[in-house]
Design a protein around this ligand. Sequence first.
Ligand code: ZN
Ligand code: ZN
Length: 88
Amino acid sequence: MSDLDHCPYCGVPLTGFECWKCEVEFVYEAGADKLVERRRPERSERRCIGCDLPLKHSSVLTHAWADGDNRDAYITCADCGCQNIFES
Ligand SMILES: [Zn+2]
Ligand SMILES: [Zn+2]
């Protein structure tokens, strides 16, 4: 019998399809009638135009016109302070 409510790895009850313990998200694979680990889609990483490091969450987003004269939103790199125009 398949148990789709519990983590196949550690057995804790799943929250939705996510195991808080393993920090893994599962999807139900109908063909195999079991839960398989969901691969997180690779996010295309934005890199700073100044230092070529990935822009971190700590980098600050300044919204358009927040400075008064910036018509584009930009992200200030936490590493080098370079202003990267933000395109959504
Ligand atoms: Zn687990
Ligand atoms: Zn930078």
